[in-house]
Ligand binder design. Structure first.
Ligand SMILES: Nc1ncnc2c1ncn2[C@@H]1O[C@H](COP(=O)(O)OP(=O)(O)OP(=O)(O)O)[C@@H](O)[C@H]1O
Length: 301
């Protein structure tokens, strides 16, 4: 099972202006969880909408099991589950009614829908609220309904776009656990700009910035690329602004009158700094800042 994205580009036109949202992106996706990371506007949602066959790319090819899904979207649609970034529900319907409605749109027979919905309600811990109108649901519960509707056809490719926005830390942890259980023999693409959401569950990380794929690797290989680039420095608050201006600061913790900074830089940023192990957050900030020196994040030289 694989999804092969070849030289994909997408341009939006509004009035006389054109915006290149995806720029010659190639990526090969295999079973497991792909964490798609990138800052706001990187092009993640555009890529997801194209992969979900909602919009057609301006250029490039996408092959699902060797078949071109730009030319023949139906090939993928039967095997696709998609949870868009903004997922609306019909507030008056209960979970059961809503899922039956989506199941009928997806072409499931009545008996198949009954069986699958009962299983999903149970798997997603929604049994106690299954007959309650969705308007009474919390953000986390609505998100679980979103995942349930995406799983109705037991998809081989599951695309979820920023699913943890608005969830509390407990709900986010539950969501990560759920995805791990779902992974197995399907391809899951999980887009987010929160590194912590994917670092413990993704077996592959792709980082996008300004429409381009800037890194595509296993979490371990990304960490290896950060060897000798991660430092810790304890300093006082007077120096903080200057250091933040000069270097990438991936984390800071106040300690009495001082502050302990995690710095990412190609060379030791200060004689007082000590080396520390890298994190994926460091890698994400390092690679995304490389493309935008104008953003006020300079790297040490
Ligand atoms: N329908 C549209 N018309 C014009 N420009 C668009 C449209 N949709 C997205 N864009 C632009 O394309 C670029 C990529 O947007 P996209 O939503 O794909 O990024 P993203 O990484 O998903 O960002 P976010 O995390 O903020 O959702 C942005 O500059 C955005 O303004």
């Amino acid at each position: 099972m694989q999804l092969d994205i070849q030289s994909l580009s997408h341009q939006y036109h509004s009035g006389k202006t054109a915006k290149l949202a995806i720029n010659a992106l190639s990526l090969n996706i295999k079973p497991g969880i792909l964490g798609l990371l990138g800052p706001n506007g990187a092009g993640k949602s555009s890529l997801m909408r194209i992969l979900a066959t909602i919009i057609k790319p301006t250029a490039g090819k996408i092959l699902w099991q060797g078949q071109d899904i730009v030319k023949s979207p139906q090939v993928l649609r039967n095997e696709l589950g998609y949870l868009p970034q903004y997922f609306g529900v019909y507030d008056q319907l209960s979970a059961i009614e809503f899922l039956h409605y989506i199941a009928s749109l997806k072409g499931l027979t009545q008996s198949k829908a009954h069986q699958v919905i009962a299983e999903l309600i149970n798997k997603l811990n929604l049994t106690h609220v299954a007959n309650m109108p969705l308007k009474g649901y919390s953000g986390g519960m609505k998100q679980r309904i979103g995942i349930a509707q995406a799983l109705l056809n037991d998809p081989k490719l599951l695309i979820i776009d920023e699913p943890t926005v608005g969830l509390d830390p407990h709900e986010r942890a539950n969501f990560r656990q759920l995805l791990t259980e779902l992974a197995g023999e399907r391809c899951i693409i999980f887009s987010t700009h929160i590194v912590a959401d994917v670092e413990s569950i993704a077996n592959h990380i792709a980082i996008m910035n300004a429409g381009q794929l800037i890194q595509s690797d296993s979490p371990n290989s990304l960490l290896q690329k950060m060897t000798n680039k991660c430092w810790q420095l304890t300093t006082d608050f007077n120096e903080l602004k200057h250091i933040q201006h000069e270097f990438i600061v991936s984390h800071s913790v106040r300690k009495q009158n001082n502050v302990v900074l995690n710095i990412v830089a190609d060379h030791c940023p200060d004689a007082r700094a000590t080396a520390r192990p890298p994190s994926l957050e460091d890698a994400y900030l390092y690679f995304t800042s490389m493309q935008q020196p104008q953003a006020g994040i300079a790297r040490a030289s």
